[in-house]
Ligand binder design. Sequence first.
Ligand code: SF4
Length: 344
Amino acid sequence: MERIKKSTTKSKELPPETPVAIVLLSGGLDSVLSLKIVLSQGIKVKGLNFITPFLKEQKTVREQAEEFGIPLVTIKLGEDYLNLVKRPKYGYGKHLNPCIDCRILMFKKAKALLRKKFSFIVTGEVLAQRPSSQYKNALLMIEEEAGLVGRVLRPLSAKVLPETIPEKQGLINREELLAISGRSRKEQLKLAKNFGIKNYLSPAGGCLLTEKEFSLKLKDLFEHREKIEISDLYLLKVGRHFRLSPDTKLIVGRNERENNLLFSLAGNNDFLLEVNGIAGPAGILESRSKDLIPLAAGIVARYSDAKDFPSVPVNYWNSYNKAGVTVKPLNSVEKLKSLRIGSQ
Ligand code: SF4
């Protein structure tokens, strides 16, 4: 289910003939530079930000919108987005990132906001910066699939791409746009310095789907679970994950914050585990049976202050049962490695 939220920052009705640029903001440098370039041509701007369960943080975009004094619309992507990630029509990038399908979906949602004749979309995309999704053909195909041919302006690469409708209409001066292409970020960093832009996410700061470890955990979830809830996705961001059997997974917290999160995210049927009376992590065992509780307790004990004890009491409970088990901590590195999903 998708939710749309509008911020109240400087939002006022404009005359119908006023051109409005919808700038897709991700919190990264390229999109905020594109925003700045369009604003400096005197165009009215609305920021648009998509929230997916795979984002690391959302506050930078809000701060950028405030800094530039523009209204910000946020669209929360839910189940339709999850289905797309599970079965992307155009496949994945390096990891589980379905960038082409993701961009098409975002462009289609952005298109719904283009009510005015002279409106257009602005993105921070840079030609050939990322494999496959930002090659010229892919950029143009994404536009076409979204029904936005000629209405997507990419200020950073505009001069190496076909002229867009707002440029032809004289709303945007092509001469003041840029011709950046490729993976180097030198030009963008120089521009950021010139514009005095300091608040942006690092290139690795945005989407978890581009990360190997996270993608391995998500792949494991897709392989072992028929029905996935959005809360399952949030759990992927927390703790060390172990696949104990096809229908049993253990998650072990790495610090106090994660332990508290695990307590709050556990489902009614999940077992929570904790070493009795000795400092250690919390664990969630996603399992209907108790068969693998000794193995799970051994792993939880291994990450506690009692990891070198010969035997350790571990409590486990869910909404229906509460009990304890005494185990030897599982200290075999090979065994742990064979059970671990990813290797964070
Ligand atoms: S990096 Fe993530 S958010 Fe960005 S286009 Fe790819 S899948 Fe979508």
